[in-house]
Design a protein around this ligand. Structure first.
Ligand code: BEZ
Length: 211
């Protein structure tokens, strides 16, 4: 059974480039992003890890801990880290799980045997401070992920966790939001002092509440 939104993210203990990770303890009260890489010393993964390392200050600002995974042993991760620094111009600044026994990959359904029975697909799990899974993404090995999109989803999730809004198509931080249908117009007047536009009874927009 695959991991679904709202499930508690399975806990695990696994070796990483920053020592043993006890996942739930390591997350603490933070949000988390867990993402898998098909294999060490591969070109697309190298660029992804460089991009994620460059974006670390953005994740920190949002109280998000970042955790990579690759199904290779720790000594290979150490050698690969040097290549990442050399080619991407940035040091790996978050832990990379050494999941050579595929414990975490299997727990999270990151191996799709009809795609490859040895490598993981490119999975992403965003996990909330309540340890529940808020987003899952699955990309093929040949397509590098869009880490701007991962940050955008985190912004939306963190906003909707605090305010009774949802975010529309292609929304970016700072743009108008949608008032959720459960809120009446009277409540909306109180909740959203910047006002709201009513395009249809079910389609009401308001300036982003936390800006
Ligand atoms: C890559 O990261 O470049 C890659 C990994 C597995 C298959 C294809 C590409």
């Amino acid at each position: 059974m695959s991991i679904q939104l709202g499930d508690i993210a399975p806990d695990f203990v696994q070796a990483s480039t920053e020592g043993e990770i006890k996942f739930h303890n390591w997350l603490g009260d933070s949000w988390g992003v867990l993402f898998s890489h098909p294999k060490n010393f591969t070109p697309v993964c190298t660029t992804e890890l460089g991009a994620a390392a460059k974006m670390k200050p953005e994740f920190d600002k949002r109280n998000v801990k970042v955790l990579g995974l690759s199904v290779d042993p720790l000594k290979d991760h150490e050698a690969w880290s040097k290549d990442i620094e050399e080619t991407q111009g940035v040091k790996l600044n978050f832990p990379l799980l050494a999941d050579a026994d595929k414990k975490v990959s299997n727990l999270y359904g990151m191996i799709h045997p009809n795609a490859s029975d040895t490598m993981t697909v490119r999975s992403v799990f965003i996990i909330g401070p309540d340890k529940k899974v808020k987003l899952t993404l699955t990309y093929p090995a040949s397509t590098g992920r869009n880490f701007d999109e991962i940050l955008r989803v985190i912004d939306s999730l963190q906003l909707t966790a605090k305010h009774k809004v949802a975010t529309p198509v292609n929304w970016k931080d700072g743009q108008d939001c949608i008032i959720v249908p459960a809120v009446t117009d009277d409540e909306a007047t109180k909740l959203f002092p910047k006002g709201f536009k009513k395009l249809k009874p079910y389609l009401r927009t308001t300036p982003q509440p936390n800006k």
